[in-house]
Design a protein around this ligand. Structure first.
Ligand SMILES: [Fe+2]
Length: 186
């Protein structure tokens, strides 16, 4: 149910033709769930899918007064997420998944679930070279189910937005954030 609502919001704001970005979100959900299974962490697939549909939405929307796409995304989805009435811990998991998924290294103090999504992002962006312990055959299977074709132009556009709109100084906050290193949350 949440995943459906999140997907709807994502589709309403996606400016790109085709489904390359959709498949990116689907792979990320799959890798996050595989990481959860590997690490014995309980994660609701619907919640994970909802989060991954929304994780890049800050790159798709405009919103004044936000520092970078991570806090822009979190701020943008706030009304929807409020309507879900998540328990405190799950709300924290959601916010930390949104804010820290692109960190290059584990962020001290971030909840385990968000750390698993951060690892999933690295599996995705390394084309499965980095697995963080996942079985390579299963990683290949995910890339087979949701092929990566067509994603590169979208990622180049994401890079353009990050550098030109948010500014190169924001790269530090995206790749090397500290806990709650965001005006949206501080
Ligand atoms: Fe992404």
């Amino acid at each position: 149910m949440r995943a459906q609502q999140a997907r709807q919001l994502y589709l309403e704001h996606k400016p790109y033709q085709g489904d390359a970005l959709d498949r990116h979100c689907q792979r990320l959900a799959a890798f996050t769930l595989l990481q959860a299974e590997l690490n014995g962490v309980e994660l609701d697939p619907d919640f994970v899918a909802a989060t991954t549909w929304l994780h890049d939405i800050g790159l798709l929307v405009k919103l004044e007064g936000t520092r970078n796409y991570l806090d822009r995304g979190l701020r943008f989805v706030e009304p929807l997420v409020d309507s879900w009435g998540l328990p405190d811990h799950q709300r924290r998991v959601f916010e930390e998944m949104m804010l820290y998924n692109h960190a290059a290294r584990p962020v001290q103090g971030v909840c385990e679930e968000a750390e698993l999504m951060r690892r999933a992002v690295q599996v995705e962006h390394s084309f499965g070279v980095v697995t963080h312990g996942l079985d390579r055959a299963r990683v290949r299977e995910v890339f087979g189910q949701h092929p990566r074709r067509g994603l590169t132009p979208v990622l180049l556009d994401f890079g353009r937005i990050t550098v030109l709109h948010d500014g190169p100084g924001q790269l530090w906050h995206i790749f090397r954030p500290k806990l709650r290193d965001s005006p949206a949350a501080s």
